[in-house]
Design a protein around this ligand. Structure first.
Ligand code: 13P
Ligand code: SF4
Length: 307
């Protein structure tokens, strides 16, 4: 018989103590996973936490690039992924060959790579960014250099506008979950909730981000909703953020821009898989040494940018 949630949590708690493990979770994973995590964070904070943790084992509850990033910046830790099939659809939308072609077309350009990418793509990049620091990263680069921004065309368009720089974008990179949020949904939601603030992630389409009251990373969205004096919010990001937004802001109302905005891969992470991976200490996330050596530098460079 499968174990109950209470039994699973009890086992997870024993193993995390015995093995000096830390459980890190992204804001989009299942609520019950967020509830048992030692930290729930956006991509930037997950990378920062992984860089400074004193734990021996990191259980990264999110999609693959997040676990890979932790493994790259904390090579002396054992990084576990409860499900190696939890990939990010966007990360597979640009191949190494396609990046080579882009670089050949713009040989003097610097390459800024969103962390939602493979280690092999990071290895060919000058600097990485997350949705939280992308504007600051681009602004930190010399004004006289061309910049290729990959792979997210929507985040790239938003950053170009905010940083006031022309960016060379990859036309075929986007997040299917955020791309699903159409401008017509905004019109409907605004009509239904005229007093609500529209709060979106920069992975949304430019036509959606352009009319939002706030655009920010998942952690930025939590901060904005907490600090805002408004009482109602339309949330344009993955629906996994909603339970905690509601719990942490009891007097406020939160409406999803669309109920269909879920990231199926984030939901692959379950309590049962966390318990199993902690017990067996596998699967371990490994990056080929020759790729890791080159992919680490752009992440470390990003972590030094003040945002
Ligand atoms: P954050 O940078 O806000 O964590 O977002 C990552 C992501 O995958 C959004 O879809
Ligand atoms: Fe990737 Fe989109 Fe899922 Fe974020 S929501 S992990 S960008 S597929």
């Amino acid at each position: 018989m499968p174990l109950s949630s209470v039994e699973l949590v009890a086992r997870i708690n024993v193993w995390r103590r015995e093995k000096n493990a830390v459980i890190m979770a992204h804001h989009y994973v299942r609520e019950e996973v967020q509830d048992i995590a030692d930290c729930v964070a956006d991509s930037l904070q997950l990378a920062q936490e992984a860089a400074k943790t004193s734990a021996d084992v990191i259980v990264l509850c999110g999609v693959h690039f997040m676990a890979e990033t932790a493994a790259l910046i904390s090579p002396d830790k054992k990084v576990l992924s409860p499900d190696l099939n939890a990939g990010c659809a966007m990360a597979n939308m640009l191949t190494e060959e396609e990046l080579c072609d882009l670089r050949a077309e713009h040989p003097r350009a610097l390459v800024v790579t969103y962390v939602n990418s493979t280690a092999a793509i990071k290895a060919q990049s000058d600097i990485c960014c997350t949705s939280a620091n992308a504007v600051a990263v681009v602004k930190s680069l010399p004004a006289d250099r061309e910049i290729i921004f990959i792979p997210d065309r929507n985040l790239g368009a938003y950053v170009a506008k905010r940083a006031g720089r022309d960016l060379i974008l990859w036309r075929d990179g986007f997040c299917p979950t955020h791309e699903r949020m159409l401008p017509t949904f905004v019109e409907t939601a605004r009509r239904e909730h005229p007093r609500a603030k529209l709060v979106v992630h920069p992975e949304t389409q430019p036509a959606v981000a352009a009319v939002a009251d706030f655009v920010g990373s998942t952690a930025g969205i939590f901060r904005y909703c907490r600090e805002s004096s408004a009482a109602e919010f339309i949330i344009g990001t993955e629906i996994g953020v909603l339970p905690r937004l509601r719990r942490e802001n009891p007097g406020k109302q939160f409406y999803p821009l669309t109920e269909t905005a879920d990231c199926p891969n984030m939901k692959l992470i379950t309590l049962a898989k966390i318990a199993r991976c902690l017990e067996r200490e596998e699967p371990v996330v490994r990056v080929k040494p020759e790729i890791a050596a080159r992919a680490r530098a752009p992440i470390e460079k990003m972590l030094k940018v003040k945002s």
